[in-house]
Structures are given as structure tokens and as C-alpha cells.
Ligand binder design. Structure first.
Ligand SMILES: [Zn+2]
Length: 246
């Protein structure tokens, strides 16, 4: 079975119908994921590349989480900022990482033009950071993690402390950790761990683990700078045989 299939969509901006590729559910399972939920997949098709639907006719790009309809004012804003300069382009087939990046950036521009919710914008920014991570472009990855973080904080400030926000709070902590601002990371992890109202066991455990990781790395740096070995001696025979044969 082919991982991709075609689906018809009506553009909420210009009302034209177009086809976009979607990934069959059996190909959507990640083989592993990073501590900020960036997924890795066994098949060559990465489901994350197909989240954004781009209208070939007007260029409006959105995801399933985006607005369901646009007001006349929002359409006008989109047209003035992007649509009027759009030249017909198709993203309906299989996408390379470069094309996926263009789709996400179009979705970001579209979302900003029509004043999309911060939660949607944060998700797009975070996905763009992941695409840079797949390409090992650390500089751009960090830049977009920082943008995503600022958006997640805005989401938290507007939605306030609700029971469902443990994952959001964990993510804020984790993105602070990934951009190297460890004090802020600890502040957010400790909130998740210590707030009695939070009952999300998975997020409490994840926050505890990442907090512990920060402590261990700080300890390793302290030992490293005082001249001692920063890493414990490995007593793992397998690891040793790998390093000596290399
Ligand atoms: Zn359109």
C-alpha cells in the first residue's frame, strides 16, 4: 500500500477546490521521538511534511487546526500581504524536506496575515524548528525554537492555568532548556512537578527527567572545568568495543 493518498479540499480563502497528499494512518507511527515531541519515521514518507495544505490558486496555506472560515477582512488582509504576489504553485504531490519547509513558511505567513490563534502559530514555528533539526541546521533550529517558545508563552498567558496545560508548561520548560536558558527551564519544570492541581503523570515524569538532566549536565560541566573527567568511566563492554574498533 502506498503511504500517500489524495484528498480534496476547498480553500477557505478563494473557495477553489484542490487536491493535497495525506499520509495513511499506518505510516504515521513514529519509531522514536525527541523530548519536545519531534518524530522520526521508518518509512521515507515523513507525515509531518504533509500537515500543511497549500491552495495552488491563491497560496493560502493552513492545517487542520487552523481557522475554519475567513471573514472578508481576513481575506483582504491575506490578499494584500501575500495573495496578490502569489504565482501558481503545486504542492499536492510527494514533498521533499525543502518543499515541506516552504509549505510551513507559507502557512506561517498566512496565519500571521489573518491573525490566527497563538496556539496554531506556535505549532507552525515549532514544526519549522524540527525541519531544521532534521537537516542538522542548529542555528536556524534554535532561532525557530525561540520564536515557538515566545508563542507558547503567549498561549499560556491567554489561556491561564488550566488542567490541560501541563503539556504546554512542560514544552515551555523544554524549549527553554533546548535554547540553553536553564534557569527558566527549571522554573517551568518545577511548576509542573510541584503544582498539586496537575495530574498529568506523563508530563510530571517528563519534567522531572529533564530537570534531572539539567542537574547532571551542570555537574558534568563543573567537574569538567575543575580538570576532572566530565564523563563517568563506561563499564559497558559493548560501548568499549565500539570505541576501540572505530
Ligand atoms: Zn485559495
Amino acid at each position: 500500500m502506498e503511504p500517500l493518498y489524495q484528498s480534496k479540499i476547498e480553500c477557505i480563502c478563494c473557495e477553489m477546490t484542490f487536491t493535497t497528499s495525506r499520509v495513511r494512518p499506518s505510516f504515521k507511527k513514529a519509531t522514536k521521538s525527541d523530548s519536545d515531541f519531534c518524530g522520526y519515521y521508518k518509512s521515507e514518507i515523513n507525515p509531518d511534511y504533509y500537515v500543511v495544505r497549500v491552495c495552488p490558486s491563491c497560496g493560502y496555506a493552513t492545517t487542520e487546526n487552523g481557522l475554519e472560515r475567513l471573514s472578508d477582512l481576513q481575506k483582504k488582509q491575506y490578499h494584500e500581504r501575500i495573495g496578490s504576489r502569489w504565482q501558481r504553485q503545486e504542492y499536492g504531490g510527494e514533498r521533499s524536506v525543502t518543499q515541506a519547509m516552504r509549505c510551513y513558511k507559507l502557512a506561517l505567513l498566512s496565519a500571521q496575515a489573518v491573525g490566527e490563534k497563538d496556539r496554531v502559530i506556535a505549532g507552525l514555528l515549532h514544526h519549522i524548528a524540527w525541519l531544521y533539526r532534521y537537516e542538522a541546521n542548529q542555528h536556524e533550529e534554535k532561532r525557530f525554537l525561540r520564536f515557538a517558545l515566545q508563542s507558547y508563552i503567549r498561549v499560556y498567558e491567554t489561556e491561564g492555568v488550566s488542567l490541560n496545560n501541563a503539556k504546554l508548561m512542560y514544552l515551555i520548560g523544554e524549549l527553554y532548556r533546548r535554547i540553553g536558558e536553564e534557569n527558566d527551564a527549571v522554573r517551568w519544570f518545577s511548576r509542573v512537578v510541584n503544582d498539586k492541581k496537575i495530574v498529568d503523570a506523563a508530563m510530571i515524569r517528563a519534567s522531572r527527567e529533564q530537570w534531572q538532566l539539567i542537574r547532571e549536565e551542570a555537574e558534568a560541566r563543573r567537574l569538567g572545568s575543575s580538570g576532572e573527567s566530565a564523563l563517568p568511566e563506561s563499564d559497558n563492554g559493548e560501548e568499549k568495543s565500539i570505541s576501540t574498533s572505530a
